[in-house]
Design a protein. Structure first.
Length: 147
């Protein structure tokens, strides 16, 4: 089951940040990844939780200002997506289901596009969902999908 994320899910979203950004945190553990969930529920925040006897995955997006951009920042009107699935459920198609559902939410919310940051060579899921590279640097790629 996939349901809307709410304030009660912030702890799980924080846990999912470790999975989503493990490749960045391994090189710099002091990166400000908490900005992806701090003050959750502000305008532009939207998220989904995959639930199977408890939370097993999450996908969410958030708008960032230019003065405090996210890793996959494109512009202030393009939300940045974060997605993670617990290790025991990876490879089951759950990430694709979350991504499809969240992209539908972004369309419903009236966004023209959505962005993300991925590790180079780890962008297959995103490419299958219509994301294309915008910029590559330091082993990462910023990607964007037109909705």
């Amino acid at each position: 089951m996939i349901r809307q994320a709410g304030p009660q899910d912030v702890r799980f979203l924080r846990d999912m940040l470790k999975h989503a950004y493990h490749w960045r945190l391994n090189t710099d553990p002091d990166l400000p990844v908490a900005r992806y969930v701090n003050n959750w529920g502000r305008p532009g925040d939207r998220g989904l939780i995959a639930w199977e006897n408890g939370p097993v995955g999450a996908a969410w997006y958030r708008l960032f200002p230019e003065r405090e951009p996210g890793f996959g920042f494109v512009d202030e009107g393009t939300p940045e997506l974060t997605i993670a699935v617990v290790p025991g459920r990876r490879g089951s198609g759950l990430g694709g289901q979350l991504m499809t559902a969240l992209l539908d939410c972004a369309r419903e919310d009236g966004y023209a596009s959505i962005s993300l940051s991925a590790e180079e060579g780890q962008s297959g899921l995103y490419e299958r969902q219509g994301f294309s590279p915008v910029e590559a640097k330091d082993g990462t790629v910023t990607m964007k999908a037109d909705l």
